[in-house]
Write a protein that binds this ligand. Structure first.
Ligand code: BES
Ligand code: ZN
Ligand code: ZN
Length: 497
């Protein structure tokens, strides 16, 4: 897929022109369009062929207007209620139509995009993201199809619109989308082909050529570092656990880094508390927190942001092998706290406890963790919102602000003193299971809170509902595959500290 923003005002460069329209009061908004296209929009609006709603795409083949053979109208919805997500949606719908009709080269009318949106740089970013993220397809292990569809978008319009900042917005959007696709691909790859070792290697390879420093700890080092949770969870598996560290310095050395922690369960069978077989294959996605944190760091580095950032991804399988943790076993975390493992399927918190303890020792400016931590968050929020837990209300305000900008949906969930009380153990200080029923996502977050110093701002993102199978909500996400949830928001947040 190619995006071209040539300085030249030579037009047309293909036989198809894409034009954007918003919806006004009882009519389409045709501001800034050429007269013949205005007429086309008005007529098709009258005839109810095209209503300019978000995701409405109408192709007029062989119509012959403004030196173009084909005209495509793309709706952006009502201007009043419009946000950047509408452009992502519209671009996704457009891509799907272009692919359907094998239209591989189109001119995209910038003037109409500008008239229909608030900020052209933000709009072009969303357009690019919508297209690239829809083009993503996990087909690495399918027979290669002979006729591969590829698309050239050429942005056309007055030279003055095609300034430097628009060119850099376009470039940034391509980087961001590539990093999201990287995280999706890593997550979609099944457990046998995405072990902790392979995840570490992919992270190292992807970081080459950037300013990222990647360090991988092996099992011996993890043991030496007293990460009893990560070692404990890995015992049932023949695959070695890894602890992945990524560091990026884009600001003064004195500036405290923003820290990301991601759950990297490359496969969660549940351990001895084995999961039921139906849908167990989806537990290859239990490393989406890790994948998305890695994607975030890649984006921060490739965008050359002037920030300092670090990421920690504890990676392991959770299997029921002969040495596996048994219900009742007691593990010792890096910070010395001891935990009885009442259910070996509540393993995410056991590997995160070590990673969070380690992160706190580094005294970062803020910690964000992402984890497919609980089935309960899916009951609470379905697959439209990521649940966010924090003890720092002012931090939530920032998260909401970042998410409003990226249009990723977040919802604050309760994290109360009584939830922390519910995680006290019988034979050890803590238990990995709550002593009460219900509020499973809050008690999981409360468990994590024992491993984060109160004076470090920290927020936990439970992405179990949003990390994959989000396509029914977001047309630019695969129906069944990984979404890359929270990468855009995490990158946005890195700039706020
Ligand atoms: N990885 C799962 C959570 C999960 C389940 C994510 C379904 C996405 C879809 C996690 O390790 C787990 O099994 N959690 C248990 C915790 C319980 C045993 C306290 C759960 O949510 O049932
Ligand atoms: Zn589990
Ligand atoms: Zn899990």
């Amino acid at each position: 897929m190619n995006f071209n923003l040539s300085k030249s005002s030579k037009q047309p460069t293909s036989n198809t022109l894409v034009v954007f329209c918003s919806k006004g009061k009882n009519k389409a908004n045709t501001e800034g369009l050429a007269k013949s296209i205005k007429e086309l929009v008005n007529d098709s609006y009258q005839d109810k062929m095209f209503q300019a709603g978000v995701k409405d795409v109408k192709i007029f083949p062989k119509i012959g207007l403004e030196d173009y053979e084909n005209i495509i109208l793309v709706g952006l919805g009502e201007k009043k209620t419009q946000n950047i997500e509408c452009i992502r949606f519209a671009s996704s719908s457009l891509y799907t139509e272009l692919k359907k009709y094998n239209l591989s080269k189109v001119d995209v009318d910038l003037a109409s995009l500008q008239k229909s949106s608030k900020n052209l740089s933000d709009s072009i970013k969303a357009f690019v993201e919508g297209a690239v993220l829809t083009d993503y397809n996990f087909d690495d292990y399918k027979p290669k199809s002979k006729d591969k569809f590829s698309l050239d978008y050429n942005f056309v319009g007055p030279a003055k619109l095609k300034n430097k900042s628009l060119a850099s917005a376009l470039n940034d959007a391509e980087i961001m989308s590539d990093c999201i696709c990287f995280a999706r691909n890593v997550a979609d790859t099944p457990g046998n082909l995405m072990t902790p070792e392979i995840l570490a290697k992919r992270t190292q390879d992807a970081s080459k050529g950037s300013k990222l420093k990647v360090t991988i700890w092996d099992k011996a080092r993890i043991k030496k570092e007293k990460m009893g949770g990560l070692i404990g969870v890995s015992l049932g598996s023949a695959a070695e656990p890894k602890f992945i560290i990524m560091e990026y310095k884009g600001a003064a050395a004195s500036k405290k880094p923003v820290c990301y922690v991601g759950k990297g369960l490359t496969f969660d069978a549940g351990g001895i508390s084995l999961k039921p077989p139906a849908g167990m294959d989806e537990m290859k996605y239990d490393m989406c927190g890790g994948a998305n944190v890695i994607g975030t760091m890649l984006a921060i580095a490739r965008l050359k942001l002037k920030v300092n950032a670090v990421a920690y991804v504890p990676a392991t399988e959770n299997m029921p092998g002969p040495m596996a943790n048994k219900p009742g076993d007691i593990l010792t975390a890096r910070n010395g706290k001891q935990v009885e493992v009442l259910n070996t399927d509540a393993e995410g918190r056991l590997i995160l406890m070590d990673a969070l303890s380690y992160a706190c020792e580094k005294k970062p400016a803020v910690i964000f963790d992402a984890a497919t931590l609980t089935g309960a968050i899916i009951m609470a929020l379905g697959n439209s919102y990521t649940g966010v837990f924090t003890r720092h209300q002012s931090l939530y305000t920032k998260i909401q602000k970042a998410a409003d900008k990226t249009c990723e949906r977040v919802w604050q969930m309760p994290l109360m003193k009584h939830h922390t009380g519910d995680m006290k153990g019988t034979h050890a200080e803590l238990s990995n299971m709550s002593s009460t029923r219900g509020a499973g996502s809050s008690t999981a977050a409360a468990f994590l809170s024992y491993f984060v110093d109160e004076d470090i701002p920290w927020a936990h993102f439970d992405i179990a509902g949003t990390a994959w199978k989000a396509g029914n909500r977001l047309n630019y996400c695969p129906k069944k595959g990984a979404s890359g949830a929270m990468i855009r928001t995490f990158v946005e947040l890195s700039k706020m500290f």
